[in-house]
Write a protein that binds this ligand. Sequence first.
Ligand code: SF4
Length: 364
Amino acid sequence: MKKHAIIPIFIPHQGCPNDCVFCNQKTITARQPDVTGDEIRNTIETWLSTLTNRPGIKTIEIAFFGGSFTGLPMERQSAYLEIAQDYKQRGLVHKIHLSTRPDYIDQDILDNLKAYGTDTIELGVQSFDEKVLKASGRGHDSRCVYEAASLIQSYGFELGIQLMIGLPEDSLKKCLYSARETVKIGPSIARLYPTIVIEGTHLMDMYKKGLYAPLTTEEAVSTTKEMHKILMDAGINIIRVGLKSSDLIRDGGQISGHTFHPAFRQLVEGEIAREKMTQLVEETTLSRRQPGSSASPCWDSYESQEVTFFSSPGWFSCMIGHKACNKEYMRQAYPELTIRYQTHDLPDGSIAIAVADNPHLVVK
Ligand code: SF4
């Protein structure tokens, strides 16, 4: 059951002076009027009417997404925030959340966000590598990211960091570096987005001219998986992996295929689960298959070929894999085993194994 609900309010950033190669906001927002206060209230009311009676929801958050919220004129930021604050003060929502760029953060901006009760600020960082930032047309360097993050944390806001995978000049090594730098900063939430080539962007032009080669889905999954592990091991809550098709439709984007996959998160987390399952099988059944090996002694006395894997209910579909690919993989890799899959009271991301009837679980 979902405990946390988000009311998304899309604020296109008209007049954005930046030129990020992957962004189609310039072409989209050119034909969109400003979002009015009435529209924001209507959106909130519509969502609240469906959320308030739904069981299991503990917190409701108003989230301003789209361009860079703090790049808007201060009066407009205040007008939008005043509406959100009104709902928060009446106890109808619990948090106010927004996303912005690292170079649109300073003390005046943060003082204003604080005054209106903002809780969470997400920074679109994309990469910590200078060459990637430059080649992607971000218009800021990595020092700006460290400074903005530190200032946000000093005000006591919850910090989020968004990273992209597969930008121009990017590599696996640089992506892992970005994930490790993110851990050093210590945000509480993160998002991982593989780069998508969208019509109407510089990136599409670069792609058509042969100046940019997008990652394949397999490459994007493999790199994102390694970043995901670094962030998850550090206790960072990864609230999004990959874009949803509704994001692209809402933004008016047309994609050229490549790394977009509607179940991208499941592909990434399914691979993490499969790695853990393979390690668990190898460690816990090795001694039965190779007499005299030094593997975990707790399974030595078991001759049964039955094993059961466990995950949290939230990770069960990852354990099974997209279109049951993990089940099929395990069946083919370990034909001597009868494998069952069950849910258990484990944290999301953990996989456990039990051999035969032994109630003792080994957890990864
Ligand atoms: S990603 Fe944000 S900052 Fe960059 S061009 Fe688009 S709207 Fe502007």
